[in-house]
Design a protein around this ligand. Structure first.
Ligand code: SAM
Length: 233
């Protein structure tokens, strides 16, 4: 049985109950293989823009005898899918900016997903703002720990309305997951403290530069979240 780290396991759990999952940017193919081995879904379409990465997935699913339930497709993002072909999609381990680009390019494919699982490496704040403004309902916003690294894993579905803003969360701030705050995720306090520390270090270096004001603006919501989360038991 394929073994997953906490980041991929977190994504896997969020995809439970899907019929056909698109694993976009599949690379090593571990998520594709685990989804099928653990019967999380019936079928996986694994896509990658790199022939070499796709080859890794192909080899793994052949080795594990999963070829009858998995298909590999070469191409960019969701362009490899027809609308309605998959009811769930994972975009993991790439930049949030690229995720926005890939999701924006194929709205009809996205409309057919009942689950969209995203794990951005960069641009998390921009991604959350884009998802909120484009009416995705944030079901979960988890933090996965691998070694000394923390990863944010988001689970969403398309919606007709914008998410209501949780009580006590700084309105319009997307640097921290509002669902993780609402659900009182125990890892959120430490995560937010780490983020605040990095912003304070950056601010010390940015004094008197054009970047200073943006950093000052960011410190305020982080401080408010830490104050609130410190009261949770
Ligand atoms: C760092 S790997 C992440 C692999 C795996 N999803 C994970 O999280 O462990 C990023 C993968 O995304 C692929 N990729 C980058 N741009 C892409 C695009 N536009 N469409 C599909 N795949 C892409 C890369 O080739 C690479 O295999």
């Amino acid at each position: 049985m394929i073994r997953l780290d906490a980041r991929l396991s977190c994504a896997l759990e969020m995809l439970q109950g899907s019929q056909a999952v698109a694993d976009i940017g599949c690379d090593h193919g571990k998520l594709t293989a685990a989804l099928l081995q653990k019967n999380i879904c019936q079928q996986v379409i694994a896509g990658d823009i790199s022939p070499l990465c796709l080859e890794k997935t192909s080899r793994l699913i052949q080795k594990l005898n999963l070829v009858d339930r998995a298909e590999v497709r070469l191409g960019s993002g969701l362009e490899i899918l027809a609308p309605g072909e998959c009811d769930a999609c994972a975009l993991l381990g790439m930049g949030g900016e690229l995720m926005i680009e890939l999701l924006s390019a194929c709205p009809q494919v996205v409309a057919g997903f009942h689950r969209l699982v995203l794990q951005p490496m960069t641009g998390v704040e921009e991604l959350r703002r884009w998802l909120y403004e484009n009416r995705f309902h944030l079901l979960e916003d988890k933090i996965a720990t691998v070694g000394d690294r923390l990863y944010q894993v988001l689970c969403l579905c398309p919606s007709d309305t914008m998410d209501p803003w949780p009580k006590g969360f700084p309105e319009g701030y997307f640097g921290i997951g509002y669902r993780a705050f609402e659900k009182r995720n125990p890892l959120l306090l430490g995560f937010t403290k780490g983020l605040l520390q990095r912003r304070q270090t950056a601010l010390a270096l940015a004094k008197g530069t054009p970047g200073e004001a943006a950093l000052v603006r960011e410190i305020e919501p982080l401080t408010a979240i830490i104050k609130e989360a410190s009261t949770w038991n």
